[in-house]
Design a protein around this ligand. Structure first.
Ligand code: ADP
Ligand code: ADP
Length: 233
Protein backbone atom coordinates (compact mmCIF):
# COMPACT_ATOMS: atom_id res chain seq x y z
CA UNK A 1 0.00 0.00 0.00
CA UNK A 2 1.13 3.60 -0.58
CA UNK A 3 2.65 5.52 2.32
CA UNK A 4 0.43 8.51 1.46
CA UNK A 5 -3.09 8.19 0.09
CA UNK A 6 -5.24 11.25 -0.54
CA UNK A 7 -8.81 10.70 -1.64
CA UNK A 8 -11.13 13.58 -2.49
CA UNK A 9 -9.25 15.99 -0.22
CA UNK A 10 -10.82 19.43 0.02
CA UNK A 11 -9.93 22.40 2.18
CA UNK A 12 -12.26 25.35 2.68
CA UNK A 13 -11.14 28.43 4.57
CA UNK A 14 -13.83 30.52 6.23
CA UNK A 15 -13.24 34.21 6.92
CA UNK A 16 -16.38 35.66 8.49
CA UNK A 17 -19.15 34.78 6.05
CA UNK A 18 -16.70 34.30 3.16
CA UNK A 19 -15.63 30.83 2.08
CA UNK A 20 -12.68 29.97 -0.11
CA UNK A 21 -11.95 26.49 -1.37
CA UNK A 22 -8.15 26.23 -1.49
CA UNK A 23 -8.12 22.49 -2.33
CA UNK A 24 -10.86 21.24 -4.66
CA UNK A 25 -10.57 17.47 -4.62
CA UNK A 26 -7.03 16.08 -4.45
CA UNK A 27 -6.62 12.39 -5.27
CA UNK A 28 -3.17 10.89 -5.31
CA UNK A 29 -0.99 8.18 -3.86
CA UNK A 30 2.71 8.29 -3.03
CA UNK A 31 4.67 5.08 -2.62
CA UNK A 32 7.39 4.49 -0.07
CA UNK A 33 10.74 5.72 -1.39
CA UNK A 34 9.30 8.14 -3.95
CA UNK A 35 10.72 11.65 -4.33
CA UNK A 36 7.83 13.88 -5.34
CA UNK A 37 7.90 17.60 -6.00
CA UNK A 38 4.66 19.56 -5.68
CA UNK A 39 4.90 22.51 -8.07
CA UNK A 40 2.53 25.38 -8.78
CA UNK A 41 2.13 29.14 -8.83
CA UNK A 42 1.63 31.27 -5.75
CA UNK A 43 -1.87 30.82 -4.36
CA UNK A 44 -2.40 27.43 -6.00
CA UNK A 45 -2.74 25.58 -2.68
CA UNK A 46 0.76 24.19 -2.11
CA UNK A 47 1.07 25.34 1.51
CA UNK A 48 -2.44 24.17 2.27
CA UNK A 49 -1.56 20.73 0.90
CA UNK A 50 1.75 20.74 2.80
CA UNK A 51 -0.08 21.53 6.06
CA UNK A 52 -2.42 18.59 5.49
CA UNK A 53 0.35 16.18 4.45
CA UNK A 54 2.36 17.32 7.49
CA UNK A 55 -0.55 16.71 9.89
CA UNK A 56 -0.56 20.39 10.81
CA UNK A 57 -4.18 20.75 9.67
CA UNK A 58 -7.19 18.58 8.77
CA UNK A 59 -8.89 18.49 5.40
CA UNK A 60 -12.46 19.85 5.32
CA UNK A 61 -13.52 16.75 3.36
CA UNK A 62 -11.93 13.60 1.98
CA UNK A 63 -9.52 11.15 3.52
CA UNK A 64 -5.80 11.07 4.18
CA UNK A 65 -4.23 7.71 4.89
CA UNK A 66 -0.68 8.01 6.24
CA UNK A 67 1.13 4.68 6.54
CA UNK A 68 -2.24 2.98 6.72
CA UNK A 69 -3.61 5.25 9.43
CA UNK A 70 -6.57 7.56 8.69
CA UNK A 71 -5.35 10.92 9.97
CA UNK A 72 -8.03 13.07 8.32
CA UNK A 73 -10.35 13.16 11.31
CA UNK A 74 -7.81 13.19 14.13
CA UNK A 75 -7.79 15.74 16.95
CA UNK A 76 -4.97 18.29 17.31
CA UNK A 77 -3.30 16.17 19.97
CA UNK A 78 -3.48 13.00 17.90
CA UNK A 79 -2.13 14.87 14.87
CA UNK A 80 0.78 16.19 16.93
CA UNK A 81 1.65 12.65 17.97
CA UNK A 82 1.52 11.34 14.37
CA UNK A 83 3.54 14.35 13.18
CA UNK A 84 6.31 13.73 15.68
CA UNK A 85 6.39 10.02 14.93
CA UNK A 86 6.14 10.02 11.14
CA UNK A 87 7.29 13.31 9.61
CA UNK A 88 10.51 15.26 9.34
CA UNK A 89 10.11 18.92 8.32
CA UNK A 90 12.42 21.25 6.47
CA UNK A 91 11.15 24.84 6.12
CA UNK A 92 12.26 27.80 4.06
CA UNK A 93 13.01 29.79 7.24
CA UNK A 94 15.00 26.90 8.83
CA UNK A 95 12.91 27.20 12.07
CA UNK A 96 15.86 26.48 14.36
CA UNK A 97 15.85 27.59 18.00
CA UNK A 98 18.39 30.41 18.19
CA UNK A 99 19.40 29.80 21.80
CA UNK A 100 20.34 26.15 21.33
CA UNK A 101 23.51 24.65 19.83
CA UNK A 102 23.12 22.69 16.61
CA UNK A 103 23.06 19.27 18.27
CA UNK A 104 20.31 20.33 20.70
CA UNK A 105 18.19 21.53 17.79
CA UNK A 106 18.76 18.22 16.03
CA UNK A 107 17.86 16.08 19.06
CA UNK A 108 14.44 17.76 19.53
CA UNK A 109 12.41 15.11 17.65
CA UNK A 110 14.07 12.49 19.90
CA UNK A 111 13.08 14.44 23.02
CA UNK A 112 9.46 14.25 21.84
CA UNK A 113 9.99 10.54 21.18
CA UNK A 114 11.16 10.07 24.79
CA UNK A 115 14.63 8.68 24.05
CA UNK A 116 17.27 8.73 26.78
CA UNK A 117 19.74 11.61 26.84
CA UNK A 118 22.87 9.70 25.83
CA UNK A 119 21.22 8.08 22.81
CA UNK A 120 19.76 11.42 21.75
CA UNK A 121 23.13 13.05 21.80
CA UNK A 122 24.81 10.24 19.84
CA UNK A 123 22.10 10.21 17.19
CA UNK A 124 22.09 14.01 16.88
CA UNK A 125 25.86 14.08 16.38
CA UNK A 126 25.64 11.22 13.84
CA UNK A 127 22.93 13.11 11.92
CA UNK A 128 25.10 16.25 11.88
CA UNK A 129 27.98 14.13 10.55
CA UNK A 130 25.71 12.89 7.76
CA UNK A 131 25.06 16.45 6.60
CA UNK A 132 28.74 17.39 6.77
CA UNK A 133 28.62 19.38 10.02
CA UNK A 134 30.66 17.18 12.36
CA UNK A 135 32.75 20.23 13.29
CA UNK A 136 29.75 22.50 14.00
CA UNK A 137 27.74 20.51 16.56
CA UNK A 138 28.20 23.09 19.35
CA UNK A 139 27.56 26.17 17.19
CA UNK A 140 24.35 28.13 17.63
CA UNK A 141 22.30 28.95 14.49
CA UNK A 142 23.51 32.57 14.52
CA UNK A 143 27.09 31.33 14.24
CA UNK A 144 26.30 29.34 11.07
CA UNK A 145 25.72 30.38 7.45
CA UNK A 146 22.25 30.02 5.93
CA UNK A 147 23.32 26.90 4.08
CA UNK A 148 24.74 25.38 7.26
CA UNK A 149 21.55 26.23 9.17
CA UNK A 150 19.49 24.46 6.54
CA UNK A 151 21.77 21.42 6.81
CA UNK A 152 21.13 21.44 10.58
CA UNK A 153 17.42 21.49 9.75
CA UNK A 154 17.89 18.50 7.41
CA UNK A 155 19.71 16.66 10.21
CA UNK A 156 16.77 17.42 12.54
CA UNK A 157 14.35 16.18 9.87
CA UNK A 158 16.09 12.82 9.51
CA UNK A 159 17.30 12.07 13.05
CA UNK A 160 14.16 10.22 14.12
CA UNK A 161 14.05 8.27 10.83
CA UNK A 162 10.57 9.46 9.90
CA UNK A 163 8.47 7.78 7.22
CA UNK A 164 8.34 11.03 5.22
CA UNK A 165 10.50 14.09 4.83
CA UNK A 166 8.44 17.17 3.93
CA UNK A 167 10.48 20.06 2.59
CA UNK A 168 8.66 23.38 2.01
CA UNK A 169 10.71 25.65 -0.30
CA UNK A 170 13.89 24.43 1.45
CA UNK A 171 16.17 26.36 -0.91
CA UNK A 172 14.11 29.55 -1.03
CA UNK A 173 16.52 31.50 1.20
CA UNK A 174 19.78 29.99 -0.02
CA UNK A 175 22.45 31.06 -2.50
CA UNK A 176 23.20 28.76 -5.44
CA UNK A 177 26.06 26.95 -3.69
CA UNK A 178 24.01 26.14 -0.58
CA UNK A 179 21.02 25.26 -2.75
CA UNK A 180 23.17 22.67 -4.51
CA UNK A 181 24.35 21.28 -1.15
CA UNK A 182 20.82 20.91 0.22
CA UNK A 183 19.49 19.35 -3.02
CA UNK A 184 22.43 16.91 -2.99
CA UNK A 185 21.51 15.95 0.58
CA UNK A 186 17.91 15.30 -0.47
CA UNK A 187 19.20 13.17 -3.38
CA UNK A 188 21.24 11.16 -0.88
CA UNK A 189 18.22 10.63 1.37
CA UNK A 190 16.20 9.50 -1.68
CA UNK A 191 18.96 7.09 -2.68
CA UNK A 192 18.85 5.72 0.88
CA UNK A 193 15.16 4.92 0.42
CA UNK A 194 13.46 7.84 2.17
CA UNK A 195 10.12 9.16 0.97
CA UNK A 196 10.46 12.87 0.17
CA UNK A 197 7.81 15.46 -0.66
CA UNK A 198 9.31 18.75 -1.81
CA UNK A 199 7.18 21.86 -2.23
CA UNK A 200 8.64 24.40 -4.64
CA UNK A 201 7.74 26.96 -7.25
CA UNK A 202 11.14 26.59 -8.97
CA UNK A 203 11.11 24.27 -11.94
CA UNK A 204 14.79 23.37 -11.86
CA UNK A 205 14.47 22.41 -8.18
CA UNK A 206 11.38 20.31 -9.00
CA UNK A 207 13.39 18.57 -11.71
CA UNK A 208 15.58 17.00 -9.00
CA UNK A 209 12.63 14.90 -7.83
CA UNK A 210 11.57 11.77 -9.71
CA UNK A 211 7.93 12.79 -10.02
CA UNK A 212 6.24 16.18 -10.38
CA UNK A 213 2.71 16.91 -9.21
CA UNK A 214 1.58 20.21 -10.67
CA UNK A 215 -1.16 21.95 -8.72
CA UNK A 216 -3.22 24.89 -9.92
CA UNK A 217 -6.28 26.48 -8.35
CA UNK A 218 -6.57 23.69 -5.77
CA UNK A 219 -6.43 20.81 -8.25
CA UNK A 220 -3.74 18.48 -9.58
CA UNK A 221 -3.36 19.43 -13.24
CA UNK A 222 -0.53 17.07 -14.09
CA UNK A 223 1.37 14.18 -12.55
CA UNK A 224 4.45 13.12 -14.47
CA UNK A 225 7.77 11.35 -13.98
CA UNK A 226 10.81 13.59 -14.47
CA UNK A 227 13.98 12.83 -16.38
CA UNK A 228 15.35 11.57 -13.04
CA UNK A 229 12.76 8.84 -12.67
CA UNK A 230 14.30 5.42 -12.98
CA UNK A 231 17.85 6.73 -12.62
CA UNK A 232 19.56 3.98 -10.61
CA UNK A 233 20.56 4.97 -7.08
P1 ADP B 1 0.48 28.50 -2.16
O1 ADP B 1 1.24 27.85 -1.06
O2 ADP B 1 0.46 27.68 -3.42
O3 ADP B 1 0.90 29.91 -2.40
P2 ADP B 1 -1.75 28.51 -0.27
O4 ADP B 1 -2.09 27.10 0.05
O5 ADP B 1 -0.97 29.30 0.70
O6 ADP B 1 -1.07 28.55 -1.74
O7 ADP B 1 -3.11 29.32 -0.56
C1 ADP B 1 -4.12 28.84 -1.46
C2 ADP B 1 -5.28 29.81 -1.42
O8 ADP B 1 -5.92 29.75 -0.15
C3 ADP B 1 -4.89 31.27 -1.63
O9 ADP B 1 -5.90 31.89 -2.42
C4 ADP B 1 -4.88 31.83 -0.23
O10 ADP B 1 -5.20 33.20 -0.25
C5 ADP B 1 -5.95 31.02 0.48
N1 ADP B 1 -5.65 30.85 1.92
C6 ADP B 1 -4.55 30.25 2.42
N2 ADP B 1 -4.59 30.22 3.77
C7 ADP B 1 -5.76 30.84 4.13
C8 ADP B 1 -6.39 31.14 5.38
N3 ADP B 1 -5.84 30.77 6.54
N4 ADP B 1 -7.58 31.79 5.35
C9 ADP B 1 -8.15 32.13 4.17
N5 ADP B 1 -7.61 31.86 2.96
C10 ADP B 1 -6.44 31.25 2.93
P1 ADP C 1 5.61 28.62 5.71
O1 ADP C 1 6.93 29.33 5.58
O2 ADP C 1 5.33 27.65 4.58
O3 ADP C 1 4.44 29.54 6.00
P2 ADP C 1 6.18 28.01 8.48
O4 ADP C 1 7.64 27.83 8.57
O5 ADP C 1 5.63 29.31 8.89
O6 ADP C 1 5.75 27.64 6.98
O7 ADP C 1 5.48 26.86 9.32
C1 ADP C 1 4.20 26.36 8.94
C2 ADP C 1 3.57 25.68 10.14
O8 ADP C 1 4.41 24.64 10.67
C3 ADP C 1 3.30 26.61 11.31
O9 ADP C 1 2.02 26.31 11.81
C4 ADP C 1 4.38 26.28 12.33
O10 ADP C 1 3.93 26.49 13.66
C5 ADP C 1 4.59 24.80 12.08
N1 ADP C 1 5.94 24.34 12.41
C6 ADP C 1 7.07 25.06 12.29
N2 ADP C 1 8.14 24.34 12.65
C7 ADP C 1 7.70 23.10 12.98
C8 ADP C 1 8.33 21.90 13.41
N3 ADP C 1 9.65 21.80 13.55
N4 ADP C 1 7.56 20.82 13.66
C9 ADP C 1 6.24 20.89 13.50
N5 ADP C 1 5.59 22.01 13.09
C10 ADP C 1 6.29 23.11 12.84
Amino acid sequence: PPIIGLDGVRKTYRTGSLEFEALRGIDTAIREGEYVAVVGPSGSGKSTLMNILGCLDNPTAGSYLLAGEDVSTMSEAQLAEVRNRRIGFVFQQFNLLAGLPAWRNVELPLVYAGLPRQERRERAVAALERVGLADRTAHRPGELSGGQQQRVAVARALVAEPAIILADEPTGNLDSRSTADVLDLLDGLHDAGRTIVLITHEHDVAGRASRNLVIDDGRIVSDTPTARAGVPA
